[in-house]
Design a protein around this ligand. Structure first.
Ligand SMILES: Cc1cc2nc3c(=O)[nH]c(=O)nc-3n(C[C@H](O)[C@H](O)[C@H](O)COP(=O)(O)O)c2cc1C
Length: 183
């Protein structure tokens, strides 16, 4: 397996250290190289940086579900992802806008890890609140918040979460997901 894919996991303990601007630029550039239907590139990223634009960071943080707030406060960067679900090109629904955003966040995650920056994606956030705070228009859909940062010491976490940091990654077996001849 590819080394970065093997290395990737979603931590909750992040170091209290800024991510260099050059690294962030590289991470978002990589996200933008993902494939998308008709090359529409529907992904958008609102970046809240604790060390740079704390107010945006706090606005994104305020939308998180309480269980995510417990650990996400450690991350130096929180990104609100948004996808353009109505095409600005022809005004029609883009049925793959969410699929494409997912591809770009996968690229983002692996590029980040190449630079030792870890990623933890979250769907546990208030989409209506995010829409309101950032004036997100109807044609766009907020889809996730992504925490980014250098790996931190798990002992900064409450005990139950600290334990999860070293738990084994569980995955379905190949024959559960690769369907030889349909369902
Ligand atoms: C779209 C999406 C939403 C997720 N939402 C949350 C979340 O709200 N809170 C959380 O702690 N983890 C969340 N996760 C992380 C998953 O729980 C995690 O990726 C999964 O358990 C596999 O673990 P791994 O990433 O460490 O391999 C989310 C992941 C994805 C891709």
């Amino acid at each position: 397996m590819n080394n970065l894919i093997e290395k990737r996991w979603s931590p909750r303990a992040f170091e209290d250290k800024a991510i260099e601007k050059e690294k962030l630029d590289e991470i978002f550039t990589a996200a933008g190289t993902a494939p998308s239907a008709f090359n529409a590139q529907p992904w958008r990223f609102i970046v809240g940086n604790k060390f740079q634009n704390k107010s945006v960071y706090e606005q994104i943080f305020s939308t998180l579900a309480p269980a995510n707030k417990v650990w996400a406060e450690n991350a130096p960067v929180l990104v609100l992802t948004v996808s353009e679900i109505v095409s600005s090109y022809n005004g029609k629904l883009n049925s793959t806008a969410e699929y494409d955003l997912g591809a770009s966040t996968a690229y983002l995650s692996l590029q980040a890890l190449e630079l030792d920056v870890y990623v933890h994606q979250m769907s546990g956030f208030d989409t209506a609140m995010a829409r309101d705070i950032f004036n997100i228009p109807e044609e766009m859909k907020p889809l996730s918040v992504i925490a980014l940062g250098y790996l931190g010491d798990k002992n900064i976490l409450p005990e139950a979460l600290a334990e999860k940091e070293s738990s084994k990654r569980v995955r379905k077996s190949l024959n559960e997901v690769v369907m030889i001849d349909g369902f």
